[in-house]
Design a protein around this ligand. Structure first.
Ligand code: FAD
Length: 360
């Protein structure tokens, strides 16, 4: 089958034609048939906004490999969209990677987001099993085995990868450098002593030396052949600008695409912030806390916040906006509509979420 277009070529061409950032969407493989049916409707809805590509995540240890691949294939064949398949090397030996890449080739899927992967469920720390230690190994392997066939993207962490962060007590805040103070996040830590549970506030920060290693490592992923960086989510938009600047200072010149997690509900927001050790500006946290009992108001706030974040990133020169949709469309649609992207055809899901303040 004819290969799809490489994202790198597609977005270069797009940048020559328009200053307006392009959009792309990310989905995960649902656990049930019903979830897949629902996802198809979401894809149909979002397709109307003419995304550059659609990403499908890869489950830990290849747990979703068949479905991830099938969804990519379907996205291409049924929806005419360009899939970007995630591929992780956690618990994957080379033969499994070979099968995944050969399947892609057989279906003309050329875009791969190469990742190390999260530890499998129930395991806190990542341990090497299989032939690959990190995403860099995977990028090198794909290039060595398949030359230029695939367009490879990699993940980037504007605040540093959580594993590269140091946890410290709040009273050490003053000891941080100016750049560390721009990056740190706070968290509540529960300490158990016998039957007694106490909570204390802690700082998580990627210290300057660790950040330097992170950037050098990211550069090695690009030097090995990756053509684009998609970032981890963040809520302090200025961190994106500083990260792009750091990339350029380290000689990383590929597009750095912000990954955008919409604030759609209180529980999900708190969970993701904790998991990713993401910095949340004080003002944002108090606004979210004030709305936590009012789900609709929080959703509207999340849309408004998403629009403001994207506008600021457009000013900073973001080439595109990559939305982590969580397999649902209303909040993402409200944000992109608010930014002036409009559907080209009727949507499969019918009405979209409205009531956005600051809509363009
Ligand atoms: P790596 O690039 O291997 O880096 C991980 C960490 O190790 C970094 O801190 C890095 O600096 C450090 N490191 C590794 N090797 C070296 C070295 N040689 N020298 C110095 N430092 C090194 N997870 C999934 O399971 N499935 C998905 O589909 C998925 N999609 C994602 C999409 C995006 C855009 C992002 C941002 C994350 C995604 N994740 C996914 C999560 C990701 O797998 C985890 O964040 C994982 O912990 C790291 O993956 P990575 O590819 O960034 O790892």
């Amino acid at each position: 089958m004819e290969p799809t277009r490489k994202i790198s070529e597609q977005i270069e061409e797009r940048a020559r034609q328009s200053d307006k950032p392009w959009i792309s969407f990310e989905f995960f493989p649902p656990r049930t048939e019903k979830g897949v049916t629902n996802l198809k409707k979401v894809i149909e809805t979002l397709k109307a906004y003419k995304p550059e590509f659609m990403d499908f995540t890869w489950g830990a240890g290849g747990s979703t490999s068949d479905l991830t691949f099938d969804l990519c294939k379907m996205t291409r064949e049924e929806f005419g969209e360009n899939p970007n398949m995630h591929l992780t090397c956690t618990n994957m030996d080379a033969s499994k990677i070979d099968i995944a890449l050969e399947s892609c080739k057989g279906s003309g899927i050329v875009n791969i987001l190469a990742l190390r992967g999260d530890p499998p469920a129930g395991q806190e720390k990542w341990e090497q099993e299989g032939g690959f230690q990190c995403a860099l190994d995977l990028v090198k392997y794909i290039r060595e085995k398949h030359g230029d066939y695939f367009c490879i993207s990699v993940a980037g962490y504007p605040e540093g990868h959580p594993a590269a962060m140091t946890e410290m007590s709040m009273d050490r805040l003053d000891s941080l450098s100016a750049t560390e103070k721009e990056r740190y996040s706070t968290d509540e830590k529960v300490v158990k002593e016998g039957d007694l549970e106490t909570t204390s506030n802690v700082i998580n920060v990627c210290l300057d030396d660790a950040f330097k290693s992170e950037m050098e490592y990211l550069k090695s992923k690009i030097d090995a052949g990756a053509k684009m960086i998609v970032t981890q989510m963040f809520f302090d938009v200025e961190i994106y600008g500083r990260f792009v600047q750091a990339c350029r200072e380290y000689g990383i010149n590929v597009p750095v695409v912000p990954g955008i997690m919409c604030i759609a509900n209180y529980g999900g927001f708190k969970r993701m912030v904790k998991f990713c050790k993401t910095r949340v500006p004080e003002e944002l946290m108090s606004q979210v806390e004030a709305l936590k009992e009012d789900a609709d108001a929080l959703k509207k706030f999340g849309v408004d916040f998403g629009i403001r974040m994207c506008r600021r990133m457009q000013e900073m020169g973001a080439p595109g906006f990559h939305f982590y949709t969580l397999n649902t469309s209303p909040v993402t649609v409200a944000i992109i509509e608010g930014l002036g992207y409009h559907a080209t055809a009727a949507t499969a899901e019918g009405t979209v979420f409205t009531g956005v303040s600051g809509n363009a």
